[in-house]
Unconditional design. Structure first.
Length: 132
């Protein structure tokens, strides 16, 4: 039996609107296609341990992708290592069946505080490290 709280958390993730309507810094935001929520098997979404928000959202995103007809999961969490030093990680490589193209998805899901007194719109969103 699935955890009802986990289902509610997934729905919170899935129904969260994008922060911006268009591109930001020349990057396109991910296009979520609608999935039939009644057909989801939340037993497949198992998160037992306490994990940071970013890792939890990665699992929710993967669950969404696996239930999407539009996208296929190709790779996830690929470490980029050079000379035994980790330079970073690629979150997801997907195939978009609608647009017939591969996508590199870097997933960002954070809490922001809005400070209306900043002049620049982007500066008004203050992230957890004050430099996000």
């Amino acid at each position: 039996m699935y955890n009802k709280n986990l289902k509610e958390q997934f729905l919170g993730f899935y129904l969260t609107p994008a922060l911006f309507n268009d591109q930001i810094y020349g990057l396109d935001q991910f296009e979520f296609d609608e999935i039939d929520l009644k057909l989801l098997n939340f037993n497949d979404l198992e998160i037992k341990e306490q994990i940071p928000l970013g890792k939890r959202i990665e699992r929710f995103f993967e669950f969404y992708i696996k239930n999407s007809k539009r996208y296929d999961l190709i790779l996830k969490n690929i470490q980029i290592i050079t000379n035994k030093k980790t330079l970073g990680e690629i979150d997801f490589i997907l195939y978009d069946n609608k647009n017939k193209e591969f996508l590199h998805v870097e997933l960002v899901y954070k809490f922001y505080i809005y400070k209306k007194y900043f002049v620049s719109l982007l500066d008004r969103f203050v992230g957890p490290n004050r430099d996000d």
